[in-house]
Design a protein around this ligand. Structure first.
Ligand code: ADP
Length: 491
């Protein structure tokens, strides 16, 4: 295949600048860095490289905007603006999907069908939610009336990951604006394009200048660290690696910022013998390899009850080998390129560790042979590993799963919980009592029975243990993005 096929003829990649106080801006020193398409290894644009100075400007604009016209917006007016942002995202969905695909290496069809519609829905959902919210009130006998009011937290810093760039950024931005805050966002350095377009969309939808600001740059010692250290940033919402969460917590400690974290996962996918194996395999292909396995919710540890272990493997391996890997702009592509050379090397390193530790590779295990460019890794299934093997314990964040047989319910619950992560779990069984019994014992914030990735945005989303702090979704988002004041009136 030729490289020139791996792009979208209609949409050109964009250069990315900061967006501060309603205008696109260069860095003070005009510094930029390169943006690479991981599917072609081509440099597709330049990105302004921000640091402390640009973050200072953005935070100043966000702080000033809290007291500007935005403060006078009623909740219905904010709701109208949110709805327009969602509409404008949908109007530009092909363009946004193409930019997302070029930035991440993910299949264009996935971006078009999942990432971008969900980004729009994040705004539409919170536009509706906002107008249906009430507050608490209590009458204390004849003595007093207590009621609470919600107000914005202030300036919110948003540090974003590269795997689902616009989907996860809007999951933060929509409730942040719904609650009347202002924002300084930093997209991941690998994926700057859709955030850059979102800034323009917000302005067009009627968000006043200074409410939404964007600074591009890196993490440590760069724009990311400057946001998390800034004394006038009141809250930080972060999605990314657990160890980055630790660094951000340290940086945020001196000014005691409110924090919301969605971190890594090593999610079990538990398959009992009484489940419908064809349905299990259809969903397990997605939960294993969707977005190249670069989704924090992917079920990378598959546990199968031993009586169906062989039959599961036979079908699962065959179906995995049928997945089309390669050019993200081909309609039939299911698995694209991983995000960068560094990540590609890391994922291949994990696969090598499985070989070294006695594992057997039943599918994949190497790069896509038909391509000489692009960070394509074949969907990989590993068996025969011990429960303490590196690939069983560590988050790989690539198209790699391990499959391990189990005998009893107790044994699989113990293995599923034997991790410092606690994000998601899927349980496959047609036994109703077992479904509840196992779900109640699994240490994870998000537990699915006979499904995966199904979300209702009103429900709490987040991880336990080292997979996160706090929950977002519906009212839970408002708990983070607003401050409550209780008012007591003596009667
Ligand atoms: P990865 O290593 O896979 O890129 P990270 O968790 O490091 O994942 O990155 C997620 C986001 O966090 C990116 O936007 C990155 O720039 C940012 N980031 C990384 N380190 C820091 C840090 N020390 N402080 C603030 N932001 C950071």
């Amino acid at each position: 295949m030729h490289l020139k096929e791996k792009s979208n003829q209609k949409v050109r990649p964009i250069d990315c600048r900061h967006f501060i106080n309603g205008e696109y801006r260069d860095s003070f020193d005009m510094k930029t860095f390169e943006n690479m398409n991981p599917a072609t290894e081509e440099i597709i644009g330049r990105v302004s490289e921000g640091g402390k100075k640009e973050v200072d400007e953005a935070v100043k604009a966000a702080k000033t905007a809290l007291k500007g016209p935005w403060k006078t917006f009623t909740s219905s007016q904010r709701s109208v603006v949110l709805r327009r942002i969602g509409d404008l995202i949908l109007e530009r969905k092909e363009e946004l999907a193409a930019l997302e695909s070029m930035d991440t290496g993910k299949p264009y069809q996935m971006a078009l069908e999942i990432d971008i519609p969900r980004a729009a829905y994040n705004f539409h959902f919170f536009a509706d939610y906002l107008t249906s919210m009430g507050t608490e009130a209590y009458q204390q006998d004849q003595q007093a009336l207590h009621y609470s009011i919600r107000r914005p937290v202030g300036v919110v810093g948003m540090i974003n990951p590269w795997n689902l760039p616009l989907l996860l950024l809007t999951w933060k931005m929509a409730p942040c604006l719904a609650a009347g805050n202002t924002a300084v966002m930093k997209p991941a350095e690998q994926t700057p394009m859709t955030a850059t377009v979102l800034a323009e969309i917000c302005k067009e939808a009627g968000v006043p200048d200074g409410v939404v600001n964007l600074v591009h740059g890196f993490g440590p010692g760069s724009a990311g660290a400057a946001i998390t250290e800034h004394p006038d940033v009141d809250a930080v919402t972060f999605t990314g690696e657990t160890k980055t969460g630790t660094a951000i917590m340290k940086a945020a400690a001196p000014s005691l910022k409110k924090l919301s974290y969605e971190l890594g996962g090593k999610n079990p996918n538990i398959i009992f013998a009484d489940s419908d194996l064809d349905e299990v395999i259809d969903t397990t292909l997605k939960s294993s390899f969707m977005n190249q396995g670069e989704v924090c919710l992917c079920g990378s540890r598959i546990y199968v009850e031993s009586s169906v272990y062989e039959s599961f493997l036979e079908k699962f391996v065959a179906r995995t080998k049928e997945l089309t890997v390669g050019d993200p702009f081909r309609d039939e592509t299911k698995v694209g390129a991983v995000i960068s050379k560094e990540h590609y090397d890391r994922v291949l390193g994990y696969i090598q560790s499985a070989r070294d530790e006695g594992g057997t590779i039943l599918a994949g295990g190497s790069r896509l042979q038909e391509e000489d460019k692009g960070y394509f890794i074949m969907p990989t299934i590993i068996v025969g590993l011990d429960k303490d093997a590196t690939c069983v314990r560590e988050e790989i964040f690539g198209p790699v799963v391990t499959v391990i047989p189990f005998e009893t319910e107790e044994e699989v619950i113990e293995q599923a919980n034997d991790t410092h992560y606690g994000l998601g779990t899927t349980i496959w069984t047609n036994d109703l009592r077992r479904a509840h019994r196992v779900a109640h014992q699994i240490e994870a914030g998000i537990i699915w029975v006979n499904t995966w990735y199904l979300r209702d945005l009103r429900t709490p989303f987040g991880g336990m243990k080292q997979s996160g702090i706090g929950r977002e979704g519906g009212m839970h988002s408002f708990e983070f993005y607003s401050e409550l004041s209780n008012i007591t009136i003596k009667l």
